[in-house]
Design a protein around this ligand. Sequence first.
Ligand code: PLP
Length: 404
Amino acid sequence: MLDIQKVRADFPILDQKVNGKPLVYFDNAATSQKPQQVIDAISKYYSEINANIHRGVHTLSQLATDAYEASRKTLQNHINARHAHEVLFTAGTTHGINLVANGFSQFVKEGDEVMVSAMEHHSNIVPWQMLCERTGARLTVIPMNDRGELIMEEFEKLLSERTKIVAVNHISNSLGTINPIKHIIDKAHSVGAAVLIDGAQAAPHLKPDVQALDCDFYAISGHKACGPTGTGILYGKEEWLNKLPPYQGGGEMIKEVTFAKTTYADLPHKFEAGTPNIAGGIVLGTAIDYLNAIGFENIAAYEQELLEYGVQKLSEIEGIEFVGTAAKKAPVISFNIKGIHPYDIGAIVDKMGIAVRTGNHCTQPVMDRFEIPGTVRASFAFYNTKEEIDALAEAVKKAQRMLS
Ligand SMILES: *Cc1c(COP(=O)(O)O)cnc(C)c1O
């Protein structure tokens, strides 16, 4: 069980007033808030061991290197990767996807296909379109139904020997849908396609097991899972990471450099050119430790309670239309109020201290699919409460009265 008062005490920002009202933070799918443990770890790194990693023989450099590699181990254990060197530190999900899409130029040619789904974040569309432009491959798209669920029969029809990679999100950021990724991975593998999972929205809510999933790549952002901005990991199967070319050239990623030829470093360093976000990488481990101490079962159970309560509470509002009503959902509620632009709702509830997201949430094709300009999105975290949901429902009703 989750002790909500104790959890909330870990997040100093939640004590704030915004526009004179207690902050209600429901934009967790954009970025999560940070617990004191994470804030302190950043300060501790810069106060006590700041030095460049992997380079110096001096003590601080070794302490920083050890902490960085210990964090890689934490992440390895967290996602159950076979090897620590299958975990690459990145700046986030966008970086991880681009690393793979860029390298796939070597494995994709004209006439091949690259598959995404109808509910991808722009980060998991554009890099693949760029790959298609470079290579002459074709982008195919798994469609979804009116509830915002991927249509598996259509996916299987689209899949063929021409499909070289399938890139889908584990959880949709704008609809909340939890996708049947194990099924997608197995089917894709049966035609020889690789699979990249965009885990940006999964990381805050669940503990992925990359060996059980058998995915080839799994990308995560730290900042949506209580970690610092500009952090993340890309998991890649060893065989794939050995085959993929480096993404960026520079220091740290080489074995030997002469003007005639350069040989690349072993994994994971081959993909980690330059001085990384050392503090961020270390503190991402702190954030994952924090979440694991609370327990992902506890987080999931509580968040499902919030989701059910939120849907029930908001359903009482006349003219509300939910966008994304999949059977399996993360705690994300996207909605519109008949006759009112989502932006206007967002602006009014902000005056009452409530932070929600409005717009297309970097998923313009999802909005096109539902023929709407955008949605209001309330996305919950384990530190939110039912009382905050009551406040949202009241604020939306008030906005509706003001605007109609
Ligand atoms: C946020 C998000 C991304 C992009 O993550 P960044 O941290 O901005 O790199 C990609 N996919 C999904 C589903 C997201 O929610």
